[in-house]
Design a protein around this ligand. Structure first.
Ligand SMILES: Cc1cc2nc3c(=O)[nH]c(=O)nc-3n(C[C@H](O)[C@H](O)[C@H](O)COP(=O)(O)OP(=O)(O)OC[C@H]3O[C@@H](n4cnc5c(N)ncnc54)[C@H](O)[C@@H]3O)c2cc1C
Ligand code: SF4
Ligand code: SF4
Length: 396
């Protein structure tokens, strides 16, 4: 959009916050987003400011706008380490009408329905710390939570925040600043991890939080995953730089009567551990239903299997979907959902039912396919659930 004085509202990506996850590039319907080894950027000659990429971005880096007279080229954006300051830009424009520029910045674009937080959710804090002033947390514990000898090496890592404030709600993520790889020219992108402890800490009343981290043995480029290996190898007493929190919609309703349907694989269980633990501590007698569909290859590879099985069944119903367990028919989460579709449909028709999906992207596609097949007019229902704050998806 251009004003009479020739100003343009340009869509940009904040390189300090972007985790290079490719979600925006996959989402943009007209191919306006591209990347090089360093940055994800928006091509000003293509972007139509439709807003479709804003909701799916896990960090908010995509929701960056500048008012300019000449748009920044993609070559210019490729080398940025920080966003240019918008005020400098405005001051650099002789005769700029500041009011007009600010009005232009405030224009909101949105065509696709976008997830919103549950109405009764607590107000989240985001970006309390950034990579310029990270919080330094101390490792209070690091435990493997999948059985030894299995391929899936998942750790429960407890981080002590000392006297520093990093308020998180169940469903939010924090960013970790990993150390650089040897000979790297730039500092690495931050990595996001869902917090798996409730808002009052892994240990109630202590200023700490916990993460569920899966070790990536090969990142697809023939290297071990940078941040996951760094985190899984941390010893008690080591320090970690944290930024965030991130996420202001994947949150829990603060309503004891709400039904929470939680669907996950692997480390996607992290936010559901946080939500379940909050309910166990503070809302143990419901009356809302907590219902977990949890997919893994085997019991031994299922994070938190032991503690999960000890949870009181009056608190939560657990549907394990194991795809490679000896002596058990192979089932994925989508099979579990298909088997209970009638009950799920009935629950989703109630205004106080919330559906959450978290885990690998492939799981999201399969679950959506089952819902699409089994629920009449699922696409319409999905849009309604999104704008009512009752459908939340976080896949990576
Ligand atoms: C919202 C959110 C929440 C998350 N929560 C969790 C969680 O609770 N637990 C958890 O274990 N993980 C979680 N993740 C994933 C996590 O952020 C990391 O992506 C994961 O740990 C791997 O990071 P890494 O540094 O070990 O691997 P990396 O070294 O970053 O490799 C990971 C992937 O990045 C790609 N990649 C890496 N380098 C390049 C490159 N130079 N060029 C192109 N592609 C490259 C590869 O395809 C590879 O698959 C979450 C992600 C998001 C977005
Ligand atoms: S973090 Fe946001 S802006 Fe960066 S690549 Fe992912 S979706 Fe795009
Ligand atoms: S605003 Fe629309 S056109 Fe522009 S990058 Fe995002 S999805 Fe693409």
């Amino acid at each position: 959009m251009m004003t009479t004085s020739g100003l343009l509202r340009q869509h940009l990506i904040d390189p300090e916050v972007c985790i290079r996850c490719n979600t925006c590039e996959e989402t943009c319907p007209i191919g306006a987003i591209t990347h090089n080894d360093d940055n994800y950027v928006v091509d000003p000659s293509i972007c139509a400011s439709c807003g479709d990429c804003l909701g799916p971005c896990p960090t908010g880096a995509i929701d960056s706008w500048r008012v300019v007279s000449t748009p920044y080229s993609i070559d210019n954006q490729f080398v940025w380490e920080v966003l240019p300051d918008n005020e400098d830009e405005l001051l650099a424009e002789p005769g700029t009408d500041d009011v007009e520029a600010l009005e232009l910045l405030a224009v909101a674009h949105q065509s696709a329905p976008r997830a919103v937080a549950p109405k009764s959710a607590s107000t989240p804090r985001i970006n309390v710390t950034t990579r310029r002033d990270p919080i330094v947390a101390t490792v209070a514990g690091n435990y493997r939570i999948t059985a030894p000898g299995t391929e899936s090496d998942v750790h429960h890592i407890v981080l002590d925040l000392g006297s520093q404030a990093l308020p998180v709600l169940e469903g939010q993520s924090i960013g970790v600043l990993p150390p650089s790889r040897p000979n790297a020219e730039r500092s690495p992108a931050i990595r996001l991890y869902s917090v798996c402890s409730p808002r009052d800490g892994e240990r109630p009343g202590h200023n700490n939080l916990a993460l569920t981290v899966k070790r990536v043995f090969d990142n697809g480029l023939g290297q071990p995953g940078l941040a996951s290996n760094y985190l899984c190898d941390l010893a008690r007493g080591d320090t970690v730089r944290l930024v965030g929190p991130f996420g202001d919609t994947f949150l829990m309703p603060m309503d004891p009567a709400a039904n929470l349907i939680m669907v996950c694989t692997g480390t996607g269980s992290a936010p559901f551990r946080a939500m379940t633990e909050f309910h166990r501590r503070h809302l143990p007698s419901g009356p809302g239903k907590l219902w977990l569909f949890f997919g893994a290859r085997t019991r031994a590879e299922l994070p938190y299997f032991g503690p999960l099985m000890k949870l009181d069944r009056s608190l939560i119903e657990i549907e394990l979907c194991l795809s490679r367990e000896d002596g058990v028919p192979a089932r994925h989460v989508q099979d579990g959902i298909r088997d209970r579709l009638e009950e799920l449909r009935t629950l989703l028709d109630q205004d106080n039912t919330y559906l959450y999906l978290c885990g690998v992207k492939g799981m999201e596609r399969s679950v959506r396919a089952v819902l699409n097949d089994g629920i009449v007019d699922w696409e319409i229902k999905e849009s309604t659930l999104l704008v009512e704050g009752r459908l939340h998806v976080e896949t990576y």
